[in-house]
Design a protein around this ligand. Structure first.
Ligand SMILES: Nc1ncnc2c1ncn2[C@@H]1O[C@H](COP(=O)(O)OP(=O)(O)OP(=O)(O)O)[C@@H](O)[C@H]1O
Ligand SMILES: [Mg+2]
Length: 790
């Protein structure tokens, strides 16, 4: 490129002359930048920096003379033109000046102002063109160098041949491959150095000749050198005619001269292999994409669909043609906002993973999918669009929903079921409990989770049932065992167990379902009791009836016998009178008979017999009385008389009953009555009175010395509760379950028949109520009667 400003160094010690020179140069052009030095040494120093395009030199400079300066610049290789200004016009000086290397010489004259710019300009132009030439030569040199280097080092084989295949030149790669030096190759035929298969199959020689004659380049692809059959090599060959004009026409067209041909053999074995691999990979990828059940959609940067896999069609019901080219935003059920959101995420993070969204199918269905997307880039890394892979999760969603539903369903069953449920893991730790389990055992859910099955269930035989289920897979149905409640109390439970397994059938622990049997046991007891009562009641009724009849005539006979006894006694009073009369004046016969009678009387202790006979009759009458009483009790027990069902105030019943026995209690027992407000109930008052009487008498009889009997009543929901508490000796634990049995008594013969509580039990049961007892030895007993209001 041509310079527009030139640097000129002006070496001039006369300021006036310098001024003239400056004005002469700057008058016509502003292209000069002039620097002035006044001494020869300064001139050398600056000029040898090489930054000047031209040097104007006053020949007679102080310190260093002009001739010396020229010499120095020549030595320093300064090529910028030096124009010498001199006052002397002698030829000798001029010769000297030019010999020393000046480019020009101007003798000062009044014309200097006109001449100087012309000379300067000429010299600068000359220098410019010299410099340009030098530059292009340098470039050529460099290019040649580069070319040679490329040719030498290129991995392809380069050969310059004549059109008969004789080698004129070969590059280093080729020489190295055949193991021969360049000059040894020269003049030999290519046939000698290349594999016959390669030469023959390719028709290389024919191609060379054709290129030689036509001057048109030719390409041969995929030539195979199978010298080593294990590793055949593949070449692409380019045959280029040299001596071709720039427009591509052969030089010396039509002439018979031998044309030189450049042969470039490129080993493409690896490339071929790669290409094949790429092809295979591409096919693989394509089939992968097409066979993928996930929908694959690519878009351009504007969000227009550029590709969609076949599965899109199955998922959304569109033909690929209906989607490609359209904005992908149309297919999101949530609309273009969703597309923007996804694009924004991609822009920020480059990818989007497992994003749940919905597509709109052609028929308007919303198809839930999980979308993963990433930016698509070209080989230079520029973003060219997006790639989205979507998995249809409709089924999964439905399954999820089903699972959720089932979980909720299960949970609500577990939460609301009356059976207690606990789940233990393989170590026996409690991992789940339901509210019923909390209700039965008293632990909160959180507390359960700190416990294990050994804490909850007492070992049965060798280990708790649940542990046998966990460790051996044994299961139980309604097994009766004992559970410990919070606080240590134990209760009977009915336990069923099953193995808890995961989806693959591996044992994960055990599930235990149990029920508190306390109440059931009590009920069972009651049922047992009432059955017993019923059968005994029948028996009693029969016995009472059977005894009652004979007792009737025994009783009346005894009464009559007592009467006869009295009459007999009265009759005997006449015997003594008879004996006295006979002794005073009776005949011997009469006296003998009288003595025999007297002897018999003595012998059988007649008086005693009479006396004892009367006593025996009295005792029998008492016994009969007792039997009557028992029969009476038996009749009551078996409800032989039922009385009438009427509305009654229970407090009043109790009050009248307690009044009957009040005198009996008087000195021994303090009677406390705490009546609550009670509704009237429909009942058999006479029978209930009998119950209260029996309970009060029992309480009284249980108190040795002095004590207290407390009567409490209160209403509760739709029932009334009557409690009779005493401070008596209590009931031994082993008797507790027997006291309601008929004829069970601990009292002396004649004191109790053991029918009181049995009768009371029957009466209360008949009222659909319940009677229960609690007792502590030496502290007292509480009987509780509960009667329903309706
Ligand atoms: N309040 C009580 N304190 C201590 N023991 C009692 C009490 N009530 C009942 N019992 C025991 O229960 C037994 C049975 O009582 P139940 O009333 O059925 O018969 P009894 O009182 O022995 O005879 P009966 O009532 O026929 O005269 C009693 O013998 C006694 O051992
Ligand atoms: Mg009694």
């Amino acid at each position: 490129m041509e310079k527009t400003r030139y640097h000129v160094l002006l070496a001039e010690n006369d300021p006036a002359a310098a001024d003239v020179a400056i004005r002469a140069l700057t008058k016509l052009s502003s292209n000069y930048e002039i620097e002035v030095v006044t001494r020869g040494d300064e001139c050398i120093r600056l000029a040898t920096t090489g930054q000047y395009d031209l040097i104007l030199l006053e020949y007679n400079l102080p310190v260093v003379h002009g001739s010396k300066i020229l010499e120095s610049l020549g030595r320093a290789g300064i090529t910028a033109p030096v124009i010498v200004l001199t006052d002397e016009g002698s030829e000798e000086t001029a010769v000297d000046i030019f010999r020393n290397g000046a480019a020009d010489c101007i003798v000062r004259s009044p014309n200097l102002v006109k001449i100087l710019p012309i000379v300067v300009r000429e010299n600068i132009e000359k220098f410019e063109s010299f410099r340009r030439k030098e530059e292009s030569e340098r470039q050529i040199r460099e290019l040649r160098n580069l070319n040679e280097n490329i040719v030498a080092n290129i991995s392809s084989y380069l050969l310059v041949l004549d059109q008969d295949g004789r080698i004129l030149q070969a590059n280093r790669t080729f020489c190295a491959s055949v193991g021969v030096r360049d000059d040894a190759l020269a003049g030999s035929s290519i046939v000698e150095w290349m594999a016959p298969t390669l030469i023959q199959e390719s028709g290389l020689l024919a191609t060379l000749r054709k290129v030689g004659t036509t001057g048109a380049a030719a390409n041969l692809y995929g030539l195979v050198d199978s010298t080593d059959p294990e590793h055949p090599r593949v070449y692409n060959v380019r045959v280029i005619p040299l001596d071709v004009s720039e427009e591509g026409r052969p030089l010396n067209e039509g002439s018979e001269i031998d044309r030189r041909i450049l042969l470039i053999l490129q080993d493409v074995t690896e490339k071929e292999k790669l290409g094949k691999e790429i092809l295979e990979t591409r096919e693989y990828l394509t089939s992968l994409v097409e066979s993928s059940i996930d929908a694959i959609i690519t878009t351009d940067t504007q969000g227009h669909v550029t590709f969609c896999s076949r599965s899109v069609q199955e998922m959304l019901g569109y033909q690929p043609g209906e989607i490609v080219g359209r904005a992908v935003g149309h297919h999101y059920a949530r609309g273009v906002d969703e597309a923007h959101f996804i694009m924004e995420r991609l822009r920020q993070h480059g990818k989007l993973k497992n994003h749940e969204t919905e597509f709109l199918a052609k028929d308007g269905r919303r198809v839930p999918v999980i979308l993963s997307a990433s930016l698509l880039r070209d080989h230079r890394g520029r973003v060219i669009g997006t790639l989205g892979i979507s998995k249809d999760i409709s089924e999964r969603k439905a399954a999820d929903q089903e699972i959720r539903y089932l979980k909720e369903f299960n949970e609500s069953i577990l939460q609301n079921i009356g059976s207690a449920i606990i789940v233990a893991d393989n170590e026996g730790r409690i991992v789940y409990s339901n509210p019923a389990a909390s209700a039965v055992l008293g632990y909160s859910r959180a507390e359960f989770e700190t416990l294990d099955i050994w804490r909850l269930f007492l070992p049965n035989e060798d280990s708790p049932h649940l542990w046998r289920t966990i460790s051996r897979g044994e299961t139980f149905q309604g097994a009766e065992t004992i559970a410990s409640k919070k606080g240590g109390a134990t209760i009977p439970v009915g336990l069923s167990t099953s193995v808890l397994s995961d989806a693959r059938g591996a044992r994960q622990g055990a599930i235990g379902i149990f029920q508190d049997l306390t109440e059931i046991r009590a009920l069972q007891q009651q049922v047992l009791q009432s059955e017993k009562m019923a059968s005994i009641g029948q028996l009693a009724a029969g016995v009472a009836h059977e005894i009652n009849n004979p007792m009737g005539f025994i009783h009346s006979n005894l009464f009559r016998m007592a009467e006869y006894m009295d009459e007999l006694k009265a009759g005997f009073a006449h015997y003594e009178e008879l004996r006295r009369v006979v002794a005073q004046g009776g005949s011997d016969t009469l006296r003998t008979a009288m003595d025999a009678l007297e002897e018999a009387r003595q012998r059988i202790d007649f008086d005693y017999v009479l006396e004892d006979f009367a006593k025996a009759i009295g005792e029998s009458q008492e016994g009969a009385e007792r039997v009557n009483h028992i029969v009476q009790n038996l009749r009551e027990f078996s409800h032989m008389d039922t009385g009438e069902l009427v509305m009654a105030d229970i407090n009043k019943c109790i009050e009248s009953t307690s009044n009957i026995i009040a005198h009996m209690l008087r000195y021994k027992v303090r009677l406390v009555k705490e009546y609550g407000e009670l509704p009237m109930i429909r009942c058999f008052p006479r029978q209930l009175n009998q119950v209260f009487m029996n309970l009060l008498v029992n309480a009284y009889q249980a108190i040795d010395g002095t004590g207290e009997i407390r009567i409490q009543t209160h209403a509760e929901d739709d029932r009334i509760v009557i409690q009779i508490l005493d401070t008596g000796r209590g009931i031994a634990p082993e008797h507790l379950h027997k006291i309601f049995d008929p004829f069970f008594t601990t009292k002396e013969v004649g004191v109790g028949t053991g029918l009181g509580l049995a009768t009371s039990y029957n009466i209360v049961l008949k009222h659909k109520g319940s009677i229960s007892v609690e007792s502590r030895a030496n502290q007292g007993t509480t009987f509780t009667v509960v009667l329903p209001c309706s």
